[in-house]
Ligand binder design. Structure first.
Ligand SMILES: [Zn+2]
Length: 325
């Protein structure tokens, strides 16, 4: 089941609508050559942890995409819920877990001290790092949101998105969201946003599994150079972007359309009493048939017995005609 707070947002908002890291909640800074963590003293352990996580993830991501990652990334660890919300004047939904400010090369994450225990600090950091790195890589051009979010979920190993039930139900009911509409995910209702993130993850995973990181690298690098997205998809996958989407949908149709049936506890618990009632009904029907059969057989036997004991009298001869002459 998808948890409502597991969704992460990329908010491409810029400094005009966002306040800069507040000194009140960012009293200390811990930096290596390309990453700076801004944190409150009570979060010093988490600051060191964040630096280790991001340094490792950044090497992997930059190697995968063959990027020279020179820009310094800033990380603000919000020391409280109030501090987290103070960074944004508008536009952040209540369920946002972390957010990236690509224009400022900054991410804001919740401190694990006050965040929900099931939330993963590592996943939040790596997810937002992908957004920042890809923004740098694409030179400010807006990637299709499903690629941006799908890659972020994939690299952050947010395995809750492996749960395919929601996707499978949407597929079976014909309610999947066209990939290009996911660009507007921030305007979606809660359930649609969950589906959009799950679709993004699934489509990116399919692209990487089928065409490898080479294809994704080609698409992103070409996009940065200003090439047309359909042409890039054609070169990388043999189909335009809409052709790739249809290919991915065909794959889902073959592998996942009825997956939700196997995962549905409701169906199991609904099915057991229904099966029980059907069995009782069949049993009673069979018993009624047997009873009727027995009664019919008894009636025939009684009739035969009665006939043996009291055979019917022979018909009397008609003598009227003999007397007429
Ligand atoms: Zn995101």
């Amino acid at each position: 089941m998808i948890h409502r707070y597991s969704v992460f947002l990329l908010l491409c908002l810029f400094s005009s609508v966002l306040s800069r890291p507040s000194p009140a909640i960012s009293r200390q800074i811990l930096c290596d050559s390309t990453i700076c963590i801004h944190y409150s003293p009570v979060d010093s352990t988490h600051a060191r942890q964040a630096l280790r996580i991001l340094a490792t993830a950044r090497i992997e991501i930059c190697a995968d995409f063959r990027i020279v990652c020179r820009d310094t990334v800033h990380v603000v660890i919000a020391s409280s819920r109030l501090a987290f919300r103070r960074h944004i004047e508008q536009g952040l939904p209540e369920w946002a877990h972390a957010f990236a400010l690509p224009g400022m090369r900054t991410m804001v994450v919740r401190s694990p001290r006050w965040d929900r225990p099931e939330a993963s600090f590592r996943q939040a950091l790596v997810h937002e790092l992908i957004h920042l790195v890809l923004y740098q890589q694409r030179g400010g051009r807006a990637l299709p949101r499903w690629i941006d979010e799908g890659l972020a979920l994939f690299y952050a190993e947010q395995l809750q998105w492996e749960n395919r039930t929601l996707l499978s139900k949407a597929l079976a009911t014909g309610s999947l969201i066209p990939l290009q509409d996911i660009d507007n995910v921030l305007q979606f209702a809660r359930s649609s946003a969950d589906l959009a993130y799950q679709q993004s993850y699934s489509a990116v995973r399919y692209l990487l599994a089928t065409y490898d990181i080479d294809a994704m690298r080609h698409i992103i690098a070409g996009y940065q150079a200003g090439e047309d997205m359909d042409a890039l998809f054609l070169q990388a996958t043999g189909s335009t972007m809409s052709g790739f989407e249809q290919e991915w949908l065909n794959h889902l149709e073959e592998t996942q359309k009825w997956y939700w049936l196997t995962e549905s506890d409701e169906l199991i618990w609904l099915g057991i009493p229904v099966l029980f009632l059907l069995a009782v009904f069949a049993l009673r029907r069979r018993n009624r048939r047997r009873l009727a059969q027995w009664q019919a057989e008894e009636a025939i036997a009684a009739t035969l017995e009665a006939l043996e004991e009291h055979p019917p009298d022979a018909p009397e001869e008609d003598t009227s005609s003999a007397n007429s002459y």
